[in-house]
Design a protein around this ligand. Sequence first.
Ligand code: PMP
Length: 440
Amino acid sequence: MTHIFPRHTAMRLPRAVSGDGCYIIDDSGKRYLDASGGAAVSCLGHSDKTITEAIKRQLDAIPFAHTGFFTSEAAEDLADLLIAHAPGDLDRVYLVSGGSEAVEAAIKLARQYHLERGEPSRARIIARRQSYHGNTIGALSAGGNMWRREPFGPLLVDMSHIAPCYAYRDQRDDESAEEYGRRVADELETEILARGPETIAAFIAEPVVGATLGAVPAVPGYFARVREICARYGVLLILDEVMCGMGRTGHLFACEADGVEPDILCIAKGLGAGYQPIGATLCSAAIYSAIETGSGLFQHGHTYLGHPAAAAAGRAVVSALVERDLVARSRDMGAKLDAALRDRFGQHPHVGDIRGRGLFLGLELVADRDSKATFDPARKLNATIKKAAFARGLICYPMGGTIDGRHGDHILLAPPFILEEAQIGELVDKLAGAIEDGLA
Ligand code: PMP
């Protein structure tokens, strides 16, 4: 009997007791190859002493000092490091404790920005269906995942949802990828005009969709068009890189591959790499100065904002990514893993799509490759595969359920960047076994 929830009382989960690079070891001594990095968190693996030592040094010096009174060297250094590498003119950093908090801060920043500029009616956020932005009420309202949303309605009302860029399912045979990208991006303009531009604060999107679809990047040109539309109507562009950021896609920031610069950027997960809970919301000086010269203060905050030990972890993680050239490693090992997946599953009758960037890869399972028909949701295929993989000592992140009336079974792979070539074979073998177990 456990008193910890959300641990499912009907399910006996093993206790994680130690980590060894890409492996987690449980209380029976069983080793699990972590092919999901705890949902794209553990980019450095589970036993990186440079990070734990950096955190210990900060804890010994000063574990916590409220940001109402103090800043810290760790938080300042981390902000400097992020700004030095951030896309475009993002040069203000707001440090929070996780992804949902980063998204909440982004939504509130966007709204307050318009308020300070004398446009309080600009409150609506446009998001995309099949997106995930977090579980707090604002982030959940922005997300498009119906089964997560339904139990908690009514959610925030000033939200609209448009189609994501999901070429595998939605690109028509008679259009090129560019044409498709333009068509789907133009839905943003249609929604802005339907609601009235004077009511829209921001558009939020994940550059590579993570937790609902399994590593779906946009087609070339989509985000450039989105950027253009946002600029035309004074709508801020918020990119949620909580999952796909921090080197995961083979670029430090995922939007670099799309050639777009957001007004506001959210990161988390890989920023703390699992060593500490930390997230950040970055924005441009133009946005922050509208607030500074207006009421003078962003009207938001949490107790653990800029937590020194979390900031020390973030500083050590970003330094490690840069100094050890791990973003390039994510790109290179990602290409190798992608090739191994295509080799093993490219002709598989039930693997409809293999996609992603860097070490952020997804497989979409289908009942029939030609029609792309999905499996019966009652079969819970993705959950069965997750269980079978776990039994085989492989952790992968399955996702599915009925989202926006459309069912799907997806498997997300997001292993640590320190993945070795020999481990790619183990990963693919175990995954192949788990898929066969699931289909049996
Ligand atoms: N945004 C995205 C894109 C995410 O994938 C997630 C988490 N899966 C979140 C926000 C929320 O992050 P957290 O769970 O740290 O609150």
